[in-house]
Write a protein that binds this ligand. Sequence first.
Ligand code: NAP
Ligand code: 3JN
Length: 338
Amino acid sequence: MRKYNVAVVGATGAVGSEMINILEERDFPVNELTLLASERSWGKELEFKGEPYPVKVLDENSFEGIEIGLFSAGGSISERFAPIAAQAGCVVIDNTSAFRMDPDVPLVVPEVNPGAIGQYRKKGIIANPNCSTIQMVVALKPIHDTAKIKRIVVSTYQAVSGTGKDAIEELSKQTSALLNLEEPKVEVYPHRIAFNCLPQIDVFLDNGYTKEEMKMVNETRKIMEDDSIAVTATTVRVPVFYSHSESVNIETERKITREEVKDILSRAPGVTVVDNPGKSEYPLAIDAAGRDDTFVGRIREDESIANGINMWIVSDNLRKGAALNTIQIAEVLIREYL
Ligand code: NAP
Ligand code: 3JN
């Protein structure tokens, strides 16, 4: 089997380190692995398949001979280096928002729109959606195909790992400080996250929504290839380390029952239905962490409208929400296009 020279850009981060794990777990055909980060990581080594790999400092010459570049070092790094990598012949799969809404860049969730990957040739870049969008569309696309979704109302409960390694440390340190009756330091978020919920993810825009909320609106329509779907989102950071949870309400054109939704989702790729209210069984962040699937439960008809469904969708934000989705894209890329 052909093997590929792969670079992970942002290799020392929360997403990058999960990418390295998943490349190993799924036995992705890696020939040479190049790990890239900032000057801060100079001299560090990371492990892949039991061997130490040096972390190299990202620069303009990092992509010579690299065939696939997995980027997760922030939007400004992607804006600058993804076109340089693509120019050097590397196919970039970018985890940032830098190119997601670019009409010449496919925005892909392999369970939903794998066919879009072929459009990578226009710029040599494929965009990985935002984590909150990914888990929602994995669950909603099969319902849309059956009953046509007219409107989505979503509220998220997002884990701190979505903000990166510093935020994981901040929740841990604040929790420990408070339990020891010490004053917690607030550095990453605008307010204390321990024992709190913050109705702000990313910056506020002129329309009163946050950027994270508008990512969910715009990315959902692009991935589902349907601009007619109305989407409104409220995104909230909660003191959870791993896995995002979402309360999702949909209104469909055709009436669909709770049983039909359960049946459709039980056959949907990448979805596991956990819905046994009598036994208090429903998706939980702590159960989804470290798992690949998107878990759906609390499926019920919205009795306030004619054709409505409520559900609770949970997935590991660093895996399906970021690193796993990226590597699944890479798997389709090498199988179908390279
Ligand atoms: P993180 O834990 O803070 O890690 C950031 C990574 O980027 C580190 O490897 C860091 O290297 C590297 N980096 C920062 N500045 C750099 C520079 N100037 N040159 C080279 N490397 C640089 O953050 P994360 O959670 O992994 O997220 C990273 C990015 O991934 C985010 O900014 C976001 O764009 C994207 N992301 C996407 C999703 C999604 O929804 N799909 C989810 C989370 C994150 P050092 O260790 O050397 O500083
Ligand atoms: O907050 C989360 O749970 C997900 C965060 C994603 C994120 C964080 C910083 C910058 C993104 C993203 O993927 O949309 C970005 C960005 O690239 O804009």
